[in-house]
Ligand binder design. Sequence first.
Ligand code: SF4
Length: 378
Amino acid sequence: MIPDRKTRTIHVRDLPIGGSAPIAVQSMAATRTQDIPATLRQVHLLEEAGADLVRIAIDSKADVEALATIRAQTKARLSVDLQENYRLAALVAPFVDKLRYNPGHLHHHEKDKPVAEKVGFLVGVAKEHGLALRIGVNAGSIAPEYRLRYPDDQLEALVRSAADHCALVDAHGFSEYVVSIKDSDPRTVIDANLRFAELRPDVPLHLGVTEAGMPPDGVIKTRIAFEQLLSRGIGDTLRVSLTVPFDDKGMEIAVGRELIDDISNGRFRSVPPNFFDGLNIVACPSCSRVENNRFVDLAQDVKEMTAFATDHDLTIAVMGCRVNGPGETDDADLGLWCGPTTVNLKRGEEELGAFSYDEILGELRTALERLIAERETA
Ligand code: SF4
């Protein structure tokens, strides 16, 4: 039931991705990168669960030093997630097999430097060290120029950003890359990947529903997207993003493999009736950048506390850090993003304040009740 894919085959060290290669399953360490024993345990846990590739977040030189130690103690294929400081690529390159950059984060550093030059730098690093690249576009962090160019068409902004970055990388004669286009809504993931695959059928795709949240809803959202895409021969590697404690991260790999197996064997599940109606909780899967270890419990508490509002068509986003939290909560009706000692509460793009971890549920409930009351009287 998974047709032949038309993409070219690239390699992450010895792992082929694309073309006729098996669909690779990957995940990301949720531990602090500088907590070397914990991150090594996380890498081993994911490997034992069957991960083909493990991603690690790197934001500082101290993270790079930790990565060097981790690299020396594991043979796992490692990928690094670069966020705002793209130049860290040169430092991490000796220790990894793949680099992921987000086109939406390249404007943060060296603002006057053309994006093409920054991409050229990343490609140069990848070539020099024999690494693969991922161009990872996210709906919550679309590059400002694409948001301006397509103010009313998020899908086109996502797809054009990805396609233009492919062209920038192609211009350097480099083809060892994959693309991902992610959103927390599986319908956007389906539409964006279908549109991109028409434009660039040669480029391997990394599939994922980002911030899918807690099981079982997070698994259902992911299944909806993967069934529609993999059954059309779209998708060469994938990650299932679930908000679970880091000791349970193997679940992401197990669910990914189960979905591939089900879709390969024609075992499709119909979408539960009215799945997209009512309250939607979006939550990030957590990573090294989580600001407070209470994040996963907080996401679960939010789900339980808001159960009274299940019938209301609202989205509440719960994010673990300041790197992606502020942007990725903009589209939610109510958003929370975690700081070290406080949680920031937003209503749409409006900041409502920062509250302690003990206060935040009460504040969220007040904001939610007010929002529901306003809608009912509107
Ligand atoms: Fe990591 Fe922050 Fe993204 Fe959560 S929102 S997965 S903590 S980068």
